[in-house]
Design a protein around this ligand. Structure first.
Ligand code: F6P
Length: 361
């Protein structure tokens, strides 16, 4: 019988999941291994098991298809993160059932495509006896150990395009446009897209803001005869001394808090303080859809091929990671030990300041 490995996609979807599946299946096949797709996230390992072999000949087209053909989930019995990122132990009975089914499927190891939540689930599976290797996925780009996660570039590219489109509107109507971007507790998407899109104000969780500072920048532009302003706000941005803005009040039980809505509050306050017409646009899940960019496709292909290599080398409990110019392996426990946030003394922030971008501080 052929060696068999499994592959599972967990947590939020993002561009590039299918590209990694494509690369893993192809690279495994070339080693003579069969890849079993586990469907509906980790739940697919629970009875009744949802799994089927993925034939490398079916992989054509997956390289550039958004979403995940395996399906995914970020809630339910396999939740490892709740509230504002607190770790939660998965029920041992659930892990034991997954391990039994993993063994019954004849799997040697499981490739886990996930962000900090799903990689943390993977680690708990590993402790329960399921050998795993990880592939760091998330538009948030907040995993330690890799200079970039897959999905991030595609999200930034979309968000930058959105700024470009909203700028023509802001300019035509002499308005302030506030654009809210995802990223949870890290401001990577907002900082990258904000700079690439030429925004004047960028508010990120790492730098608590004040309205005085935001308004000062808008009024400076007015004085220069620029009657419009682009303001980028990360969903996790918060006022100095303030709290995160979440949707629907208290976080739902057994899942992470849903951030969102800060742009409406910021837009209202700007309008009040400046008298300028101000509108908010939330990019939301549009940032997680569509085809992966060229950069993401390449990264996913490299990540997928390296994940198969890690299994061959039995580097279980490790994830693939980009450390230019190589793909290295990195312990998942360290990768998810804390969130990788934008360094406030780093080049991104410095670049913004050099160009006169206000970070709201
Ligand atoms: O982690 C990816 C992400 O898109 C975050 O940027 C965002 O806060 C969250 O997921 C949204 O989760 P959901 O799709 O469950 O609302």
């Amino acid at each position: 019988m052929k060696e068999r490995i499994g592959i599972v996609t967990g947590g939020g979807d993002c561009p590039g999941l299918n590209a990694v599946i494509y690369a893993v299946v192809k690279a495994a096949d070339r080693r003579g291994w069969e890849t079993l797709g586990i469907y509906s996230g980790f739940d697919g390992l629970l009875s009744p098991v949802q799994a089927r072999p993925l034939d490398y000949r079916e992989m054509d087209g997956l390289l550039y298809l958004g979403g995940t053909v395996l399906g995914t989930s970020n809630k339910g019995r396999f939740t490892a993160k709740i509230g504002h990122g607190e770790t939660k132990a998965i029920d041992p009975a659930v892990l034991a059932e997954a391990k039994r089914n993993f063994d019954a499927l004849g799997l040697r190891a499981l490739v886990v495509l996930g962000g900090d939540g799903s990689l943390s689930i993977g680690l708990q599976c590993m402790e329960a006896g399921i050998p795993i290797v990880g592939v760091p996925k998330t538009i948030d780009n907040d995993i330690v150990g890799t200079s970039v996660t897959f999905g991030f570039d595609s999200a930034v590219s979309f968000a930058t395009d959105a700024i470009d489109r909203l700028r023509t509107h802001a300019q035509s109507h002499s308005r302030v446009m506030v654009v809210e971007m995802m990223g949870r507790y890290a401001g990577w998407i907002a900082a990258h897209a904000g700079i690439a899109g030429g925004a004047s104000v960028v508010l990120i969780p790492e730098i608590p803001f004040s309205y005085e500072s935001v308004v000062k920048k808008i009024l400076e532009r007015e004085a220069e005869g620029k009657h419009f302003t682009m303001v980028v706000v990360a969903e996790g941005a918060r006022l100095k001394g303030g709290d995160f803005i979440t949707q629907g009040g208290s976080p739902e039980a057994n899942r992470e808090a849903r951030l969102g809505g800060v742009s409406f509050i910021v837009a209202d306050e700007i309008a009040k303080r400046t008298g300028k017409e101000t509108r908010a646009t939330v990019l939301g899940h549009l940032q997680r859809g569509g085809v992966p960019t060229t950069l993401d496709r390449l990264l996913c292909t490299r990540f997928g091929a390296s994940a198969v290599r890690l299994i061959d080398e039995q580097k279980y409990g490790h994830m693939v990671a980009l450390k230019e110019p190589d793909i290295i392996d990195f312990p998942i426990s360290e990768g998810v030990s804390k969130l990788r946030t934008v360094p406030t003394d780093g080049d991104l922030i410095r670049t913004g300041r050099a160009l006169g971008i206000s970070w709201g501080d």
